[in-house]
Write a protein that binds this ligand. Structure first.
Ligand SMILES: [Zn+2]
Length: 97
């Protein structure tokens, strides 16, 4: 999908903004907020689901420290490469892991 194909003012549009890393417009932000407000039970469930995921990841991190550190450094290298490709990496950070 390209920026000019975003269905603004929809939940799908909000997701497209995130996917394309384009700042979220007011119409899409409003659409997501209205969607969330229309389903309070779902929002509460997702918040708890997120909390459980976060806690499980913390426990996993402690149980497998070395593997986590290796994964983290691999993923950090990827996001730093993406930031560099997007022109977001300051000169002084180039070449640092
Ligand atoms: Zn939009």
């Amino acid at each position: 999908m390209k920026a000019d194909q975003i269905a603004h003012g929809t939940v799908r549009g909000h997701a497209a903004h995130l996917e394309l890393r384009i700042p979220i417009c007011d119409a899409c932000r409003t659409a997501l907020n209205e969607y969330r407000r229309s389903m309070p039970g779902i929002v509460a469930y997702k918040r708890r689901y997120g909390r459980a995921t976060s806690r499980a990841l913390s426990r996993l991190k402690v149980a497998h420290r070395e593997e986590f550190a290796r994964f983290f450094h691999e993923e950090l290298a990827k996001v730093m490469t993406e930031a560099d490709e997007d022109g977001l990496l300051p000169e002084y950070m180039k070449g640092t892991p």
